[in-house]
Design a binder for this molecule. Structure first.
Ligand SMILES: Nc1ncnc2c1ncn2[C@@H]1O[C@H](COP(=O)(O)OP(=O)(O)O)[C@@H](O)[C@H]1O
Ligand SMILES: O=c1ccn([C@@H]2O[C@H](COP(=O)(O)OP(=O)(O)O)[C@@H](O)[C@H]2O)c(=O)[nH]1
Length: 236
């Protein structure tokens, strides 16, 4: 039995790369989609916010010297590409998905309209939110917090490269240890970088718990949705 009726899943763009250096790895996206499908089969309504870091990041190498806002709009467009790839893979796997964009590109995808998104979820369709918040200087983690709160998700699930929140960045500090759970206040005051402070603050204010877990661990998503103690829970 699923522990959650409606979830907001934040998928990192880099999760789609698999072992590639860039872009979308076919086997990886199929694996992720099948894991999402398993969760929908438990009866859980799933909304996804997808990142764009596998293609373009506003603050990364390719954007050196660029106007930050322009680079961020490019990053948002990258998330739309990922959203289209994800929804199309879902279609191939027999699921019904809808992409909604936070920036107007109507010829490509429909715009984000909250009641429409709620309707799709109630119909059992997976909704994939592209273009982040639609604003530069934000991240897709913040978009996940925002959309999660808007659609009344019970929890935000951050599927990422690390298997939880650590006392320090585990990629830089091998002695860092993983929390099983911690409060938003702790995450913010200790400046833990696994999510940006804006996303943490929004989730705290809206009382939207976050579970951080590894995208690389097969079955982890289902385990989280079943309410198991996977990764790290960040709570009020
Ligand atoms: N305290 C911490 N606990 C866990 N991960 C951390 C921490 N501080 C920094 N990180 C780093 O945060 C990264 C996840 O954040 P980010 O790169 O924004 O992921 P995503 O692309 O999934 O949004 C991890 O790869 C990890 O190296
Ligand atoms: O609300 C948003 C969400 C994303 N971005 C841009 O889109 C890029 C890709 O998103 P993100 O880095 O969050 O992707 P992820 O790390 O999850 O792959 C960011 O670097 C930003 O440049 C933005 O400007 N506003």
């Amino acid at each position: 039995m699923a522990a959650h009726k409606r979830i907001l899943l934040k998928l990192s763009g880099e999760a789609l790369m698999g072992d590639d250096a860039y872009g979308i790895n076919r086997a990886t996206i199929v694996r992720i989609v099948r894991e999402i499908q398993e969760v929908t089969q438990l009866g859980t309504e799933v909304a996804v916010v997808i990142g764009g870091g596998n293609i373009f990041r506003g603050v990364a190498g390719g954007s050196v010297g660029m106007d930050r806002a322009t680079a961020d709009y490019m990053g948002m467009l990258a998330t739309v590409m990922n959203a289209l790839a994800l929804a199309d893979t879902m279609r191939q796997e027999g699921m019904t998905a809808r992409v909604m964009s936070a920036i107007g590109i109507e010829q490509v995808v429909e715009p984000y309209v909250r009641p429409k998104a709620l309707q799709y979820l109630e119909e059992g369709k997976v909704v994939v939110f592209g273009a982040g918040t639609g604003n530069p200087f934000f991240t897709t983690d913040t978009a996940a917090a925002l959309r999660g709160a808007e659609i009344g998700a019970e929890i935000m699930l951050k599927a990422t490269k690390v298997d939880g929140v650590y006392t320090a960045d585990p990629k830089k500090d091998p002695s860092a240890t993983r929390y099983t759970r911690l409060s938003f206040d702790e995450a913010i005051t200790k400046n833990l970088q696994v999510l940006d402070a804006t996303a943490f603050a929004l989730c705290r204010d809206q009382k939207l718990p976050i579970r951080v877990f590894s995208i690389f661990k097969p079955g982890a998503l289902k385990s989280v949705v079943m309410g198991h103690d996977e990764g790290t829970l960040v709570h009020v």
